[in-house]
Every structure is written in structure tokens, then in C-alpha cells.
Write a protein that binds this ligand. Structure first.
Ligand code: PLP
Length: 395
């Protein structure tokens, strides 16, 4: 089906933060398959572990035990302060699990009328009917109604937050601590703390969607940990299994026992292959991988800020760690295409933002090279500073 706008080049190989096409041309990968390939490409230990597992069994189903699911669950819960995990095959499915968990919790509590959800404008949570209900962009939702009952509030509007949670009494508040598709927009620590307090006060389940910002992308395991905030439920995916399809819905002790046997399930999820990959990723985290995220993130941000000072077309640098955005004064599509022609892979979010989410293993030299290629492109661009209207940017 014609759902994707793919580029023409065919990629055939990769190593670290470099991808190689069938003509032998090397591209700096500043996108990591949309914030996924944390260990880069061609990681030897990942390859060895997957090869070993493929030689044993690839699939088992969740009817039987293998040594890896419980290990990954325990380690992820420890890193995120949660008590139980449900594994999925994608971020979207992790969101579905969180939404069902909220409904079930309200049902068990004797308040099944608390079935609605609250989300933030510009939020993105996936494209299945449940996750899509909370994805704000009208373009994604409009043809697919009717969807679930969701109330939208603007990020950072503290009054709206209090009003909606007290008056509407939803099942859950769903927020991304750093909005990814929304343009790498970080919520303030005060807002995250207020959301935590108000959810506790009103008995609303607080869901942090850290599918893009989590698993160490901002330099610590969860982005909300920078604010010292722990949600009731956190959803993870993208880098979790170093590129293999895996997601997780983690719940704290208050919600860990909400599902009863048979309430939710998945044939493939938490299988041995993805769990072996997740263990390789978690081992790298234990060995200090996130120090590289912090150091390279600072280097990249400093370089982007220097570009913002030099080129008037650059409006703002956003984000944290290796989840960064370069916001322009107009559509970023042209810049993104020119970067790609200059062998730097990025993508464009929210119309005017270049998203930079490289592998966690990116090197100092690769960061410098990427920045210098960005500069090469910026010097060729007209330096318009008048901000175009949002409609024009999105079209
Ligand atoms: C914050 C967030 N939530 C959910 C999703 C959906 O995840 P997936 O594409 O793995 O289903 C994404 C994907 O981009 C995301 O960034």
C-alpha cells in the first residue's frame, strides 16, 4: 500500500553510525531508523547473540518460559522504577496496552464511567485506533473516526491540566516528556511534576510515553528522570532491542496487578530473539553507553547552537542528549533533502524541525563531520528569518 514516501537509494550495509548504499556511498546516520538503532549498525555482539539464538529456537510463544523475558523485564523495571512489564512488538502496541490497563484499573475500582483519556496537543502515540485516538494531528485522525473520547490540552497550561483532571475525571493522562513527532518539544520539569501531583490527587493513571525519549536517549534511562518524576505507567520501544521490533508497557506497583490472566496478550511479543537483543542493549547500558549519549549530546548541541548563531535561518535548538531538533524559520523539508544529498540522514518533524536522533554509539569524529556537512548545506540556503505561517510550513 502506498503509505510511505521512500527515497530511491537502496541501502545494503552498515557499520556504527554509517549506512552504505548499493553504489558504495557512505551516509552519516543521524536518524537511526527514527530513533531506534541505539547500537548502530553491524554491532558484533548483537550479531553473535542473534546467530546463537537463531541456531536454538526463534519463537516459543508466551505459553512457555525461556530464560530471557524475565531477565529483560526485571532489568527494565529496575532502570525505570516500575514493578511489572508487558512486552509488545511495537510502540503502538505498548500504548494500546497502557490504555487498556487504565480502563481495566477504573473498572476494577468500581468507576467504569472513567473511560476517557486526556492528551496534549501535538502529541503522537501511534496509529492503531486506540493510540491514534491520542495522536493529536488531525491529518492522521480525521478519516478514521469515530475514535476514543479524548480531551486535548495545551502543554504547559497548568490551569487547563487541573480543570480537565478534576472536572472530566478521565481514566488516564497520556504525555510525552519530550514530544518527538511534535517537534522535539520538551515539557518543563514543573509541568511534569504538576501532572504527577494532580494525577495522584484525582486518581488518574499517569502514562508517560517514552517510546522515543526513553531507554537512554536523553542520557539517563527515562527523560522524566531528569525532573525526578515517576509515572504510573511508562511505554518504551524504539531502541529497546537495538533495532529488532520490541516494545514494553511497564507499570508501578499500584497498577502491576491490574490485568488478570487472559486480559491481554500477543503471540510474538517478548520472544527469545528480541529479548536476546534487548540483553545486549542493556549490557551496553550497564557498561556506560549512556555516558557517550551525554558527552556526544553536549558536543552535538554545542555545534548546533554555533550553527544557530551563524545562520539566521535557524530559529532554535531543542531537546536533550541525543534527541535534538534544529528548528528553522520555515519548512525544514528542503534542508533535510539537501542534507541527505550531502550524505547526512535526518528527518523532518512538525514541519519546521530537523530531527537529529543518531545511534548512541556515534563517535566524536562523526558528530564533527555531521556538523560540518550541515554547515556546508546551510551556507547555500537563503537566510530568511521571517517565520512563515504554520499552515504554509505543514503544506
Ligand atoms: C512517542 C511515540 N509514541 C508512539 C510511537 C509509535 O511507535 P511504533 O511506530 O513503534 O508503533 C512513536 C513512533 O514514532 C512515538 O514516537
Amino acid at each position: 500500500m502506498k503509505t510511505y514516501a521512500r527515497t530511491d537509494e537502496v541501502f545494503v550495509d552498515g557499520r556504527g553510525a554509517v549506512l552504505i548504499d548499493n553504489l558504495g556511498r557512505e551516509y552519516l546516520d543521524f536518524l537511526a531508523g527514527i530513533a531506534v538503532s541505539a547500537l548502530g549498525h553491524g554491532h558484533p555482539e548483537l550479531a553473535a547473540n542473534l546467530r546463537d539464538q537463531v541456531g536454538k529456537f526463534v519463537h516459543l510463544s508466551n505459553l512457555f518460559r525461556h530464560p530471557y523475558t524475565e531477565q529483560v523485564a526485571l532489568r527494565m523495571c529496575r532502570l525505570s522504577g516500575m514493578a511489572a512489564a508487558f512486552f509488545t512488538n511495537s510502540g503502538t502496541e505498548a500504548m494500546e496496552c497502557a490504555l487498556k490497563l487504565a480502563r481495566k484499573a477504573m473498572y476494577k475500582r468500581g468507576t467504569p464511567q472513567r473511560s476517557s483519556f486526556v492528551g496534549l496537543t501535538a502529541g503522537f502515540h501511534g496509529r492503531s485506533l486506540g493510540a491514534l485516538s491520542l495522536t493529536h494531528n488531525e491529518k492522521y485522525r480525521k478519516p478514521f473516526g469515530p475514535l476514543q473520547d479524548v480531551t486535548w490540552i495545551e502543554p504547559e497550561d497548568f490551569d487547563a491540566l487541573e480543570q480537565v483532571l478534576t472536572k472530566k475525571q478521565p481514566a488516564a493522562l497520556v504525555i510525552e516528556p519530550i514530544q518527538g513527532e511534535g517537534g522535539i518539544r520538551e515539557l518543563s520539569h514543573d509541568y511534569l511534576r504538576a501532572a504527577r501531583e494532580l494525577c495522584t490527587k484525582t486518581g488518574t493513571m499517569l502514562v508517560h510515553d517514552e517510546i522515543q525519549s526513553g531507554c537512554g536517549r536523553t542520557g539517563i534511562f527515562l527523560a522524566a528522570q531528569h525532573a525526578g518524576v515517576t509515572p504510573d505507567v511508562v511505554t518504551l520501544a524504539k531502541p529497546i532491542a537495538a533495532g529488532l521490533p520490541m516494545g514494553a508497557c511497564l507499570a508501578n506497583a499500584a497498577y502491576a496487578e491490574t490485568f488478570d490472566k487472559g486480559d491481554h496478550g500477543s503471540t510474538f511479543a517478548g520472544g527469545p530473539l528480541v529479548c536476546r537483543a534487548a540483553i545486549v542493549f542493556l549490557d551496553e547500558v550497564d557498561r556506560g553507553l549512556l555516558n557517550n549519549v551525554q558527552v556526544r549530546g553536549q558536543q552535538l548541541r554545542a555545534g548546533l547552537e554555533a550553527l544557530a548563531r551563524e545562520f539566521p535561518i535557524v530559529r532554535e535548538v531543542r531537546g536533550r542528549g541525543l534527541m535534538l531538533g534544529l528548528r528553522l524559520h520555515h519548512s525544514a523539508a528542503e534542508f533535510q533533502k539537501a542534507l541527505y544529498k550531502n550524505f547526512v540522514i535526518t528527518n523532518c518533524t512538525a514541519g519546521d524541525v530537523i530531527r537529529i536522533v543518531p545511534p548512541f554509539v556515534i563517535t566524536e569524529a562523526q558528530v564533527n563531520e555531521g556538523l560540518s556537512r550541515m554547515r556546508e548545506v546551510l551556507v547555500t540556503m537563503p537566510q530568511e528569518t521571517a517565520t512563515k505561517d504554520r499552515k504554509e510550513i505543514h503544506s
